[in-house]
Write a protein of this length. Structure first.
Length: 213
């Protein structure tokens, strides 16, 4: 008779390293160009093991984990293009990383804060959503750019933020009153056309989004 599992007799699980994440795309060459030329990923593999199979692997700068896409790879190739949402890229300086990508021609959403964690999102041509992130306490700049949908610069940036909200990775202001540097907002502000983005300064150690008592 098998002994009942308890904390005392459960075997330790050996080290498991996540090294490969499938990212479904509809056009392999277009996706490869995007990730290399705009996102700055390193091309690791582009091979054709058979006449019907192509495998492309790329690694984000400094990452130990690689993404893969291609053709003829069974269930991986059968995934719905654009269905991956919220892959996180942790960076040392969010604004520096964002500016570097923008200069490479990539549309990146403005920075927003979720309970002390700052994010900036971008999507690949198929709509797979990436989120660069950093803890607010580690953010070297004390100037926070607030980005409800009304304040994002482009439709692509608004879509990335909306995807994050729908995926549960970000939460818009709710019905309770809130203030963004003394500027009132409401849930409706997440659905209308944006004016020019604004930047506000916040004291060190505070987030820019604060509830009114």
């Amino acid at each position: 008779m098998m002994a009942e599992n308890t904390k005392e007799n459960l075997p330790a699980v050996p080290t498991m390293k996540l090294e490969l994440v499938p990212v479904p795309v509809s056009d392999v060459d277009r996706a490869k160009a995007f990730y290399v030329e705009k996102a700055g990923f390193k091309l690791e593999v582009d091979t054709r093991p058979t006449d019907t199979m192509r495998v492309v692997q790329l690694t984000p700068p400094g990452s130990a984990c690689t993404i893969v896409f291609g053709t003829g790879m069974g269930d991986i190739s059968a995934m719905q293009p654009g269905s991956v949402k919220g892959l996180h890229l942790v960076v040392a300086d969010l604004r520096e990383a964002r500016e570097a990508l923008v200069k490479r021609g990539l549309e990146v959403g403005e920075v927003w804060d979720v309970k002390g964690v700052k994010y900036a999102g971008f999507s690949d041509p198929d709509g797979n959503l990436w989120l660069m992130s950093i803890y607010a306490a580690d953010q070297p700049l004390s100037t926070a750019r607030i980005a409800p949908l009304t304040l994002l610069e482009s439709s692509e940036a608004r879509k990335a933020m909306a995807d994050a909200i729908c995926s549960g990775l970000a939460t818009p202001p709710d019905a309770e009153p809130c203030t963004i540097a003394n500027t009132f907002c409401s849930p409706a502000s997440w659905a209308i056309e944006p004016p020019s983005p604004i930047a506000v300064s916040t004291p060190p150690g505070q987030t820019a989004l604060q509830r009114i008592p």
